[in-house]
Write a protein that binds this ligand. Sequence first.
Ligand SMILES: [Zn+2]
Length: 359
Amino acid sequence: MAYKFKAEQATTVLNEITYQVGRTGAITPVANLEPVLLAGTTVKRASLHNADQIAKLDVRVGDTVFVEKGGEIIPKIIGVDFTKRSVDSLPTEYITHCPECGTELIRKEGEAQHFCPNDTGCPTQITGRIQHFISRKAMDIEGMGSETVELLFKEGLISDYADLYTLTKEQVIPLERMAEKSAENLVNGVAASKAIPFERVLFALGIRYVGETVAKKLAKAYKNIDALMIASHEELIAVDEIGERIADSVIKFFSEPTNLEIVERLRSYGLQFSLSEEQLENQTDKLKGQTFVVSGVFETISRNDLKKLIEDNGGKVASSISSKTSFVVAGDNMGPSKKTKAESLGIPIISEQEFMEKL
Ligand SMILES: [Zn+2]
């Protein structure tokens, strides 16, 4: 049982609804509020999530709204004080066109979010993709921030992330707030990113639904981008934790000529599009098709290292025993319920030494 603090609430006036465009074209409505003190901070903006949420709350400009701040950083509007609504208030009409590029928005069957379909021409989507590409968990380009990306784009020096690799110091120096030193840092930072490993390059490409973890799984399963590019839907969903949605998105990304062209350009600039020798060296398919459950404390290896060893050799690690389990690797103090379950299902229990011999 756990006690939780009730989220703090406040009331304020909704001044305006604006719309943000994300790097994938997703539109997020944002409530701009009369500043109000809530849970120790001044709140001026709150998320409205999507058109359904606005309709559900029947929230309108000029309304007095209840704002709540739970565990999240961004506060949300949880309701409207209808007693304070003016008689001439009109229902909110959701935008029909992209606020950044004017393209008509689309909404796919079963999706809550509206999208700007102009992914190659919508400026916010273009800079958003480049900003994602240079971010710390992706290519981690030193000497470059989000504002620099916007500036470089505005000045016509870059129009996609591959353009970063042809930037010269001479092009960058004349820009606002750029000195010789910072221009040099920027160009060096871009050059240094060529050593970033394949799985992070894959994440940096910004394929929808391919986050850090998925990128790692795909890099490991396919080992290089050429194999991934030609992977079929069936092959993709056969990879651990890759579902229909991700498979469709990967196939769509690599079916677009502009994306293929960008990948080829990046390759020609020397980015990593396959796992390194070192990463490949310790990987085999020895345990392919086998699922392991690891339980207890081990003598010569930590539990996490043991799991990694299984995965590096093509095996799968599961957290609970089922009829699909091939082996239980048991250390000291294996859980008694796990032992009973393995025995009742007739799943072989092997020791750490037996596992190592098997490998
Ligand atoms: Zn747009």
